[in-house]
Design a protein around this ligand. Structure first.
Ligand code: NOJ
Length: 563
């Protein structure tokens, strides 16, 4: 695993392969499509590309249900296409990060098929099978996608699935299974991968008695976080995983590690941590109130200072022991503007402000496809426009709560994961240039407003702003400060501002972002020097002792002492 600092200066980009670029006109993005767009990524300045799962899969959960870890889903191409992608990426100095799903596989994996056919076979012990006498599931745990976390098979046994019933959990207590997984990981790393993003990894250790817990909802069930997320003893498994795989290669590992308390961060990403870095989710779902989306809060129904406080808590705790992975969007969330900016203010200006805020935090930034174009949420007219299993579950809950389909689809439009999974708009042509065929999901209706070809030509576009941000991180000054520098919050007296400074070698650089729709007069305890990037030509005016910021101003500047 990489012990040097180089990776900390890099920029990463996340691809949802089904929706990135279709090379053969079948309506679905594929590996050859990604290869054909490597120059776009190179031009943007990207060093690492994380690709969501492309393994063989029945696609019950967007490929996070793997039926063969050693082969490529024909929908995405072949192993030769994968090898070609790796080779072409390497030529451009880009390293590919694959998704690694180890908590569960697919019920169509040969291990599970054998386990179903013969309860006494070795593969049966790779899963969590239980029998009960009363015809009820072994416990009252609720799966992440709704309903019981147990499914019964024809011979009466039940198996555990923390996610969909087509994603049986793997039994990490079994050393034979673990060795099979390590072997597979090494096989992929031998191909020269840059590393892995590791899915749902904090769930691999389960509370051993699998006992029921007090229900937390009217369904009599309980969310399975307490007994299956970062459960004591997980450290031994993660150390063994690292030693048998990542430690032997020049690669980075980015853990999807929800639920790691800050006092355990060192175990995860400290000097001898299990992973290079991790995604912290403490500030991703601040809108989440209640059991489903229609009870969630919209942008500005919760204070932006909450985002600031949670984000800084995460940054400062991480700074004590390691280096984070920062993101504002990914394939599991609606577009960031939906969470933070009311519709009437969503614009290239506010998109640049949000980008500035996250891009210069301390950590390796992950740009999610389309974020660099300033994409907003899409429009789902009915649930038939949706593919995502989790969205369908939330829609069902809304209907069960008494909402009409029209009301329920409103919540889907705000929070569905499919908002970020629409075809990537490459240009103003048919289907945004994503496919010559019929796209598997409806293109974004506003792709004429944001698409890569038009934005590349417009110096004021969000795309060109992102290119500038990437270049700034890569510059000597202030790049060193903006990548490796320490972070400290600034301007905490202003609830509508999120600002921080990055400090290195005695030089300080400020990042200031206003969420105010009105001009804001602030008293800063520093004098702004050179402005390195801003979403306005003049991101502030001096007025006596004060700086007056126009609405949603964002800028990165040198800090000089006030005289
Ligand atoms: C996290 C992934 O990001 C998400 O898309 C998936 O549904 C779950 N893990 C289950 O693998």
């Amino acid at each position: 695993m990489r012990k040097n600092e180089e990776w900390k200066k890099k920029v990463a980009y996340q691809i949802y392969p089904r929706s990135f670029m279709d090379s053969n006109g079948d309506g679905t993005g594929d590996l050859k499509g990604i290869t054909s767009k490597l120059d776009y990524l190179k031009d943007l300045g990207v060093d690492y590309v994380w690709i969501c799962p492309v393994y063989a899969s029945p696609m019950d959960d967007g490929g996070y249900d793997i039926s063969d870890y050693y082969s490529i889903n024909p929908m995405f191409g072949t192993m030769e296409d994968m090898d070609e992608l790796l080779a072409e990426a390497k030529k451009r100095g880009i390293r590919i990060i694959m998704d690694l799903v180890l908590n569960h596989c697919s019920d169509e994996h040969v291990w599970f098929k054998r386990a179903l056919a013969d309860p006494d076979c070795e593969e049966a012990s790779y899963f969590w099978f239980r029998r009960t006498d009363d015809g009820n599931p072994p416990n009252n745990w609720r799966s992440m996608f709704g309903g019981s976390a147990w499914e019964q098979v024809p011979d009466g046994r039940w198996y555990l699935h923390l996610f969909s019933k087509k994603q049986p959990d793997l039994n990490w207590e079994n050393p034979k299974l673990r060795e099979k997984l390590y072997e597979m990981i090494r096989w992929w790393l031998d191909k020269g991968l840059g590393g892995f993003r590791i899915d749902a990894i904090t769930h691999i250790k389960k509370e051993p008695t699998l006992a029921s817990l007090p229900p937390d909802g009217p369904d009599g069930m309980v969310g399975c976080f307490a007994p299956t997320r970062n459960y004591p003893g997980i450290g031994d498994l993660l150390t063994e995983l690292r030693e048998n795989t990542f430690d032997r290669y020049d690669c980075i590992t980015v853990a999807e590690a929800a639920g790691v308390p800050y006092d355990q961060l060192g175990d995860y990403i400290g000097e001898n941590g299990y992973f290079s870095t991790l995604f912290d989710f403490t500030y991703s779902e601040l809108y989440n109130h209640g059991h489903t989306w229609h009870t969630c809060k919209k942008a500005w129904e919760w204070p932006i200072s909450l985002l600031r406080d949670k984000m800084f808590a995460s940054q400062l705790e991480t700074q004590k022991i390691g280096f984070g992975a920062v993101y504002f969007e990914n394939h599991d969330y609606p577009r960031a503007c939906e969470k933070f900016i009311p519709h009437e203010y969503q614009s290239p200006l506010t998109q640049k402000m949000l980008g500035t805020l996250f891009f210069f935090l301390r950590g390796i930034p992950f740009i999610y496809q389309g974020e660099e174009l300033g994409m907003t949420n899409t429009v789902f007219e009915s649930i038939d426009d949706v593919d995502d299993i989790s969205t369908k579950n939330h829609y069902r809950i809304s209907l069960a709560d008494g909402l009409t389909p029209e009301e329920a689809i409103k919540a889907v439009n705000r929070y569905s994961r499919d908002n970020g999974r629409v075809p990537f708009p490459w240009g103003p042509g048919k289907n945004g240039g994503f496919t010559t065929g019929k796209p598997w999901m409806k293109p974004h209706p506003r792709y004429l407003e944001f698409n890569a070809a038009d934005e590349a030509k417009d110096p004021g576009s969000v795309l060109n702003y992102y290119k500038k941000m990437v270049a700034l991180r890569k510059s000597e000054y202030p790049g060193a400060q903006l990548t490796l520098g320490d972070i400290a919050p600034l301007l905490l007296d202003y609830p509508d501002i999120i600002a921080y400074k990055r400090i290195k070698d005695g030089r300080e650089v400020a990042v200031v972002c206003s969420f105010s729709p009105c001009p804001l007069s602030i008293k800063a305890d520093f004098a702004p020097g050179e402005v390195f990037i801003a979403n306005y030509e003049k991101p502030f005016e001096k007025s006596g002792e004060n700086l007056v910021l126009p609405p949603f101003s964002a800028f990165v500047c040198e800090m000089t002492e006030k005289c």
